[in-house]
Design a protein around this ligand. Structure first.
Ligand code: UGB
Length: 598
């Protein structure tokens, strides 16, 4: 205490708390008062921030850390007493009648929704230097993830509000959770692009704080090796989103404005919005408080498994079990082979894609009890088997999908399984790691993420009656992928399967080496035979019928090596670039009816 500068009474309280919590080492190397007092004050400012941003404050963080570290040292299994089994949920097949019904219900419901994008992660696994939402989801139009997400929400808003004929809430809000790593670059991206057409007031940026690192099993806070007046911090995980929505009052604001649903999603899944309308329809019709989207999952694939857990005392819950925990849990509960594929060729446990839909009322009620605190975990890397020292400092972490862990059994927790081809193609792995993914498992790379968009759009057009050629196999950055015709459209052109069907008539065909980019809303394909590249845009109010034969040399995909630093990073991580040799490009700038028949 003798080393403290003059500080406010609040800061004195914080200092006392730290001493009571056995953190006196933080002050050990401080010089006498008068020396570096500014830095000491900065230290207390940081402590105040860490204290305020954690439900229950720093004392509670340290207490939980001690408990979790003791459990980890004792080798305690968090799933002790639980037996896993395969849960039952709603399974949807794209284009089938019940899928279309759910889509229709979901679109009607969408005006009562709010979206939350968790984008605080830097994506270390991808090794990309920018923020992930700024990456193009495909290189045909170069649209970035954030633009695509915003345009998808605007398309949902437009259709949903039109169907509601002015009743109820409009302007679907979007909250983006950022961190110190992503906050400024996310704002810059939005400002530079006029918020991609959304009203700035519709978008709220939240910022998650990092949490204090821990040096040992007694949860002694780690001093930053580069600054003795600072506590080392690391990200706490995407689970922070719940306490942020609660503490900022945003959730309450949404509920008060008549909103019913909140949809959480991750930073790089270009297929997601093809699954959103039907999944929201499932939530509405089944009255789910919590609905997790899932896809068939290959055994041991690095995505969590949705699992039913039954405790010896009779408690049950349907929850995501992270991929590194599912296999040991199965082995420990009478399944000696662990996590293996069943006769379908997939693990019987559906894969969690961390797209979650919550009903706001019950969600807010729960958060008012917990303050948004989520069950945490700790993952220390020990120096040796005595588990007394760490290789490097650790910290508590939390995941947004663990929210249902504190819910009472009466909560309606369900999930919806969809084929991955139209629901899930994240960009998470760098080229080298992706190339090592076992054959048959998804790469989850920039290469596969882009190819998945073309495949999904090709298959959707096929289902709508267009003759689309089969894909060809190619290898990019060591990954073998199917290359379908490069078909892309704006969300407002084909938000749902029913929308796409109304846009396609007659005998249409698209050849394997074609590119089709549709960026206007009212563009109708009627007896179109495409063998080459067609880029077509129309302002709102222009209705364009496109038919006849379009033939040209088109756009050609060329290999790029990911190590070739002369090529921009966002290009070389996909392993190919597009050589725009020849195209038919047409823009209709005036309202009215038009026909394009080359
Ligand atoms: N994120 C944050 O916003 N803040 C953080 O502190 C950390 C991340 P990752 P992860 O879909 O394949 C999840 O790192 O956590 C954002 C599920 O837990 O891409 O390894 C970040 O910006 C897992 O069950 O994924 O694994 C990104 O948008 C499985 O479903 C999102 O959180 C897996 O995703 C996810 O972060 C998957």
């Amino acid at each position: 205490r003798k080393n403290l500068p003059i500080i406010s009474p609040k800061q004195v309280e914080l200092a006392k708390m730290l001493l009571e919590m056995n953190q006196s080492h933080l002050f050990e190397h401080w010089p006498e008062p008068g020396v570096e007092d500014d830095k000491k004050r900065e230290f207390f400012e940081q402590v105040a921030r860490l204290n305020a941003s954690y439900p229950g404050g720093l004392a509670s963080y340290i207490k939980t850390a001690r408990e979790l570290l003791a459990d980890s040292k004792a080798g305690k299994n968090p799933y002790d007493g639980f037996t896993p089994s395969v849960p039952s949920g709603e399974a949807l097949t794209f284009g089938e009648d019940n899928f279309v019904q759910y889509e229709n219900a979901g679109v009607r419901e969408a005006r009562k929704a709010a979206f939350v994008l968790v984008a605080g992660g830097l994506g270390e696994r991808l090794g990309y230097n920018g923020i992930k939402v700024a990456l193009p989801l495909e290189s045909t139009t170069g649209t970035c993830f954030l633009q695509h997400y915003i345009e998808s929400i605007l398309a949902l808003q437009e259709t949903s509000c039109r169907l509601a004929q002015g009743e109820g809430p409009t302007d679907i809000p979007l909250a983006i959770m950022t961190s110190d790593d992503t906050y400024s670059r996310t704002i810059q991206l939005l400002e530079k692009n006029a918020y991609f057409g959304m009203k700035p007031s519709q978008i709220k940026l939240l910022k998650q704080e990092k949490v204090a690192c821990l040096d040992d099993n007694d949860a002694r806070l780690a001093v930053d090796p580069k600054n003795k007046y600072s506590i080392q911090t690391k990200p706490h995980g995407h689970g922070d989103v719940h306490s942020l929505l609660y503490s900022t009052g945003l959730l309450k604001e949404w509920l008060d404005a008549g909103r019913k649903w909140v949809l959480f999603f991750q930073d790089t899944n270009g297929l997601l919005f093809k699954a959103v309308p039907s999944a929201l329809g499932v939530s509405a019709i089944k009255e789910y408080h919590v609905n997790s989207l899932a896809v068939p999952r290959k055994a041991k694939e690095a995505i969590g498994g949705i699992t039913k857990l039954t405790h010896q005392d009779g408690r049950t819950m349907v929850i995501n079990v992270e991929y590194n925990q599912l296999d040991p849990l199965l082995r420990a509960t009478g399944n000696p082979d662990g996590d293996v594929n069943c006769e379908t060729g997939y693990s019987p446990f559906p894969g969690n894609i961390n797209q979650l839909i919550f009903e706001i009322g019950p969600y807010l009620e729960e958060l008012s009890k917990t303050g948004g605190a989520i069950k945490e975990f700790v993952n220390p890397k020990y120096k040796d088997s005595t588990k007394t020292a760490f290789k490097s400092s650790t910290r508590l972490e939390c995941m947004m999908q663990d929210y249902p862990k504190t819910l009472p059994p009466s909560a309606r927790v369900g999930f919806t399984v969809m084929d991955a081809w139209f629901a899930y193609a994240p960009v998470k792995n760098n080229p080298e790691d992706a190339a090592k993914v076992p054959k048959g498992n998804p790469y989850h790379s920039a290469t596969s993420g882009e190819m998945a968009i073309y495949k999904a759009n090709s298959l959707i057009l096929r289902k709508a009656g267009v003759k689309v050629d089969n894909p060809v196999q190619k290898v990019f950055n060591g990954q073998e992928v199917d290359v379908w015709p490069r078909i892309v459209w704006k969300p407002k052109w084909g938000l749902t399967f029913s929308d796409v069907k109304t846009k396609v008539t007659g005998n249409c065909s698209v050849s394997g080496n074609s590119t089709l980019a549709i960026t206007g809303q009212s563009i109708y394909l009627d007896d179109l035979a495409l063998d080459g590249t067609l880029i077509i845009d129309a302002v709102d109010g222009a209705e364009v019928k496109v038919g006849g034969s379009v033939q040209n040399a088109g756009w050609i995909i060329e290999n790029v090596d990911f190590q070739d630093t002369s090529v921009p990073e966002e290009v070389r991580i996909r392993g190919f670039k597009i050589n725009k040799v020849e195209q038919l490009e047409k823009t209709f700038n005036e309202p009215g009816n038009f026909s394009l028949k080359p």
